[in-house]
Design a protein around this ligand. Structure first.
Ligand code: LMR
Length: 394
């Protein structure tokens, strides 16, 4: 049996992470995998997480199973964080999942189950693992235009034109905020236009929201997701706590199935529980429990929100200084888009050859499509990167 296996393609992001670790250069710079790093290069455990872990250690009396969709209190707290009051709780089915990727995977499986002929529209580009999982499940994908290589902003007209070709029952995958990999995002007027197209075509939105709090702020980053969820008959929302709670390895995510028809909720909820049971039974609890404790405790929540805001501000200031440094070196505003992008990533717009040169000659690692993790920088490395970008001729 085993000799029938074929080697599988390496995940681009994880392959780069491995290559970086192997590189013996001490002045190498990691702008690869999407993990927040502070100025010293550490990915800290957030203060509120530490405090909640401490409390949990003292208070927890059992590790018995919780439930197939996780603790309902986790679902409630996360729904509140992401959707606020945009949709009645009665209309939302929700299940805890192993990370945001788990939520994405379960969403795709639900789509396949409910609507085997549905195509999934994905932005060009999108997070490579979206494409990989869709391909693995044999779901047809259609790329819609998203990133304008010239302006390094959203090709909004192209996007709308392509979304208009969706058929009733197709699914359109959208990034709720902080688009990965480009950093280019829609404004709320543009989101409304996307919603109008979805409602005109009968296509169903699926929102992947993995960076709430990293863009414009916790509330602002949820605004588009809330607008969509309250404006369409049905949608799926895959959320991650990996980044905004800094609990990457705890695998903490949530999948929501939102319907305007409260009568539909029970069926949705049952389906989410069934899918969890088939794939891994009970979702991980540790991270979800910490998140619930934090969101339901005023002091912990305030401390978490304030540390998250510091993280957001630090990435914003790195963006501004990189854009400023490039402005100084080139005497032009060609790189001003870096200050306008939001979230952890920016697509630089360098060719694969330039990206390779940055790695080989300067020890600077970014994904092959020139996605940079801005949080991988610090005050010392910003000028080094800026000079290298100029040197390789971006
Ligand atoms: C990323 O895009 O780098 C992160 O979402 C990590 C991952 O799993 O790919």
């Amino acid at each position: 049996m085993f000799n029938q296996l074929k080697p599988q393609p390496a995940d681009k992001i994880l392959a780069l992470m491995a290559a970086f670790r192997k590189d013996p250069r001490t002045d190498k710079i990691d702008l690869g995998v999407g993990v927040y790093k502070d100025a010293t290069g550490n990915t800290p455990v957030m203060r509120a997480i530490k405090a909640a872990e401490h409390r949990l250690w003292e208070e927890q009396t059992t590790k018995a199973y919780v439930g197939l969709v996780g603790d309902p209190a986790y679902g409630d707290a996360m729904i509140n964080l992401i959707l606020g009051n945009a949709v009645s709780r009665e209309n939302i089915g929700a299940a805890a999942t192993p990370g945001g990727t788990g939520a994405v995977r379960q969403a795709f499986e639900l789509i396949q189950m409910a609507s085997p002929d549905a195509r999934v529209f994905v932005s060009n580009p999108t997070w490579p693992n979206h494409i990989s999982i869709l391909g693995y499940l044999g779901i047809e994908t259609v790329a819609y235009r998203y990133f304008d290589d010239e302006t390094r902003g959203v090709d909004f007209d192209g996007m709308i034109e392509d979304l208009k070709t969706a058929r009733k029952g197709d699914v359109v995958l959208l990034h709720g905020c902080c688009h990965n990999p480009t950093g280019a995002n829609l404004n709320l007027v543009e989101w409304q236009a996307v919603i109008d197209v979805l409602n005109a075509t009968g296509a169903i939105p699926m929102i992947d929201i993995a960076y709430q709090g990293f863009g414009e702020g916790l509330e602002q980053d949820a605004a588009a997701t809330r607008l969509v969820a309250s404006s369409v008959p049905e949608c799926l929302i895959a959320a991650s706590c990996s980044k905004n709670f800094g609990i990457y390895r705890e695998r903490t995510g949530l999948l929501m199935a939102v319907s305007q028809d409260a009568g539909q909720r029970q069926l949705n909820q049952g389906t989410l529980a069934y899918l969890n049971r088939q794939n891994y039974s009970f979702p991980p609890d540790h991270g979800a429990r910490l998140v619930t404790m934090i969101l339901n405790d005023d002091a912990l929540r305030a401390d978490w929100a304030s540390e998250l805001e510091d993280v957001r501000q630090s990435m914003l200031s790195l963006r501004q200084s990189l854009a400023g440094e490039l402005q100084r070196l080139t005497g032009s505003d060609r790189f001003a888009f870096l200050g306008q992008h939001r979230g952890m990533f920016s697509r630089l717009g360098a060719s694969p050859e330039m990206v390779e040169k940055l790695r080989a000659d300067h020890g600077i690692y970014m994904i092959g499509d020139s996605r940079m993790n801005i949080a991988g920088l610090n005050a010392d490395t910003v000028p080094i990167l800026a000079q290298a970008i100029v040197d390789v001729g971006v």
